[in-house]
Design a protein around this ligand. Structure first.
Ligand code: REL
Ligand code: ZN
Length: 402
């Protein structure tokens, strides 16, 4: 039996060994060569850290990006780790990674840190990082309209069970006029053949789309017509659609990937989609803090809605705590608490370590309150619940026939 004295230890034990399914990342396997990112220079030039670095320096984003990758990494290191304490979430992330992989950074000497990464054994490296982060498999973000990525799919080399595909269709929706020409189709109704071709090649676990805060459904924009086509297709293929809503792209274009921001979106549109398309399955994450409560309430109304993750600017300890608490209180265990959004392999370590620290704390408080209310809790109950959060909800949802 679990009681107040051993509760923390029991939760820790389960969280330590659970093999996570990371349902949304931007990672690629080593066979995707230049798209497979790992190592200290890519870690330091993560766009989260670039945005923080240029704030401190008398340098324009353009001048920063004109530097080589190594020079950019050096500047980030000096600015955030040598001249200041790495206090932000993403800067602390680097510290967590270095500690977990066992690199000595006491001297703050980047060349010593680089020496560690230069020596790694590539054969076993992905497994090593997955083992440290306790990952079973990650889901990639696969863009059939990215020619660089497609060259790897076309030579059919992809067979890596640690990296599962998802079909990301942002370009189709956001850049329709150009894409239409590229695909040689006259009308949006003709995209079915392309969807079929991509689906058979990539075999995605789900189809994904991100939308700006002004996303509305229904409306008379072409975007909605394309979405309807995609929904029909997803229903036929029985795969969920992941909707990632609230990313305001390029508010500062000179910052490139670091120049995206956030805006509040509209919950009625999610209600309308879930109600009008009961045979579709929707996985939804919203980027603004202000949308989180209504999103939880909406999930109570529609079982074809699975909410997931604390996305991007919400992936900070204080917001994960607030959001996870609210989700448990309103939805029990019927949500997916987190995804990493990792772009560089080793980020899996810090993103999951930091998230699990907070989720652990929240679960402790909630289980303790339950015990105090008179509930008898067993270790296997904790294991069952946590498995549901970190694995089962996703797999049940993607494989359900609904
Ligand atoms: O999948 C997305 O749209 C976003 O997660 C990305 O655009 C974003 O740049 C990512 O790095 C955030 O974590
Ligand atoms: Zn992402």
């Amino acid at each position: 039996m679990v009681d107040k004295r051993n509760l923390e230890e029991k939760i820790n034990k389960v969280l330590e060994k659970i093999k996570i399914i990371d349902i949304h990342t931007h990672l690629f396997p080593p066979s995707f060569k230049d798209l497979f990112l790992y190592g200290i220079d890519y870690l330091l030039t993560y766009h989260y850290l670039i945005a923080e670095t240029v704030r401190y320096l008398p340098i324009s984003p353009d001048d920063f990006y004109n530097l080589s990758l190594k020079e950019q990494a050096e500047l980030v290191w000096k600015t955030l780790f040598v001249d200041r304490s790495p206090i932000s979430e993403s800067a602390r992330g680097i510290v967590t990674i270095l500690t977990e992989v066992g690199v000595d950074f006491e001297k703050k000497d980047l060349s010593l840190i680089r020496a560690y990464f230069d020596k790694i054994d590539m054969e076993s490296y992905v497994d090593l990082i997955f083992e440290k982060a306790k990952i079973d498999y990650v889901v990639m973000t696969n863009d059939p309209l990215d020619e660089n990525e497609m060259k790897y799919w076309k030579c059919n080399i992809f067979k890596d069970k640690r990296f599962r595909p998802s079909l990301r269709l942002d370009r189709l929706i956001n850049d329709w006029e150009n894409i239409r020409e590229y695909l040689k189709v006259k009308d949006y109704k003709e995209i079915k053949d392309h969807l079929d071709k991509w689906f058979l090649m990539i075999e995605p676990l789900y189809i994904a789309l991100s939308f700006p805060p002004d996303f509305r459904y229904p409306d008379d924009m072409l975007r909605s017509r394309l979405l309807e086509e995609i929904m029909l297709y997803a229903e036929e293929r029985k795969v969920p659609i992941a909707l990632m809503i609230g990313a305001k792209r390029s508010v500062n274009p000179s910052l490139r990937l670091a120049g995206d921001s956030v805006g509040k979106s509209n919950i009625e549109s999610i209600e309308n989609l879930c109600r009008s398309f009961p045979n579709n399955k929707f996985m939804v994450t919203m980027l603004s803090r202000e949308n989180q409560h209504e999103l939880c309430v909406t999930a109570r109304k529609f079982k074809n809605l699975m909410i997931f993750g604390c996305w991007w600017f919400l992936n900070t300890p204080s917001l994960i705590e607030e959001i996870t608490k609210m989700r448990l209180e309103l939805l029990g265990f019927s949500f997916i608490p987190q995804h990493s959004d990792a772009r560089v392999l080793e980020q899996l370590i810090y993103k999951w370590k930091h998230s699990k620290e907070i989720i652990k704390k929240v679960l402790y408080d909630k289980y303790l309150a339950l015990i105090r209310s008179g509930w008898t809790l067993k270790e296997e109950d904790i294991e069952r619940d946590i498995t549901q959060l970190f694995r089962k909800n996703f797999e049940d949802f993607i494989f359900s026939k609904q």
